[in-house]
Design a protein around this ligand. Sequence first.
Ligand code: AMP
Length: 411
Amino acid sequence: MSFKDLHLNPKILKAIAELNYNKPTPIQQKTIPFVLEGFDVIGTAQTGTGKTAAFALPILDRLSQIPDAKKGAKKIKALIVSPTRELAIQIEENFKQFSHYTNLRTTAIYGGASMQPQIEILKKGVDILVATPGRLLDLHKRDLIVLDYVQTLVLDEADMMLDMGFINDVKKIESLCPCQKQTLLFSATLPTKIKILANELLTTPKNVSVSAISSAAKTVSQELYMVGKPKKIELCLHLLRNYISGNIIIFRRTKFGVNKLEKTLQKHNYKVDSIHGDKTQSARTKALNKFKNKEVNILIATDVAARGIDIPKLDIVLNFDLPNIPETYVHRIGRTGRAGAKGRALSFCSVDEKSYLKDIQELIEKKIAVIDEHPYPLDPKAKPEIHKKKGSKYKKGRKSEASKKKKKRWY
Ligand code: AMP
């Protein structure tokens, strides 16, 4: 199948040809016809499969057929909701590239950035709005956004939105759009809670999927290093010195961990930058651009900050910490081995993380190959750290006043 077989607007075909999209990817082949026909869709696809174009191209095709003079011109007709700012920016970029030869306007609004420039663009009128849930609801409450003309609503990375606690925001946003609309829901994994949400929000949807749910990309070789927690940094330096090179993303579970590792690697003269939830939007965008432009070859990130970001030609994903949510492992390693290219995913596992490893291996239905030959092997007798001592004031069920008042984000 070629893009021409999908009968897309020649202006869109011209733009994607210039981006060297020669052939639709499997998710695009399956999704585009359904979206063009007006069906609701549940799309299960990992990052890197081309899912952005799978919904963007048919949306643009339909919108480009509406004459400018018609009612609704420069009103929001497609709304894409994304869990993170980085992903929102990227989707906006993609829409702008694909619609280059049309008159359609796209903008993105997201938290962590000044509201005023976003408001100015909204006032001029846009056809396609990409938004994170909080900023969208905020601007809607101030009467700066009209959703009455929305024809297509896209919920991207739906599983992530639920993990981040956006479920009520997502439902609210859906209810602010007209009843008669097309809804597209994309998710890397399809746990029960997503199925329930889809059932609630979508009408007789078509299911499209490009790989077995929760399966890891086949082109990624996976390696496991059992290592004591205090020795992880030495192992990381050892691997960087001797065995791994190219573009590397290192994942840590917490922003504190990200900062600590960044400082250590900088001390050892590695070209490194980082992204996590405590960094300003401009710092995050700058770090990402430095990585894309190869000014730095190592990016350290938490999962939330890195989710959905498209970094082409990633050679290695290093899981410095194993994620406690097994699906996150699949998301992380899906960043390498893209579009048929070979990738490598290395994971460190300390004794405390063995239970995470068990969950991950159950999910991907295979054992990850253990690399024994390294200088910092885990002591086979090592026991997990005991965090809660009997009689301690930090006993289960007893929260400090501070933690009751404010649950601090750790990602
Ligand atoms: P996505 O999964 O939407 O983040 O896309 C992953 C990467 O694949 C991006 O760099 C896209 O520009 C690229 N891509 C998407 N569709 C195609 C296609 N049909 N041909 C070549 N590259 C594509």
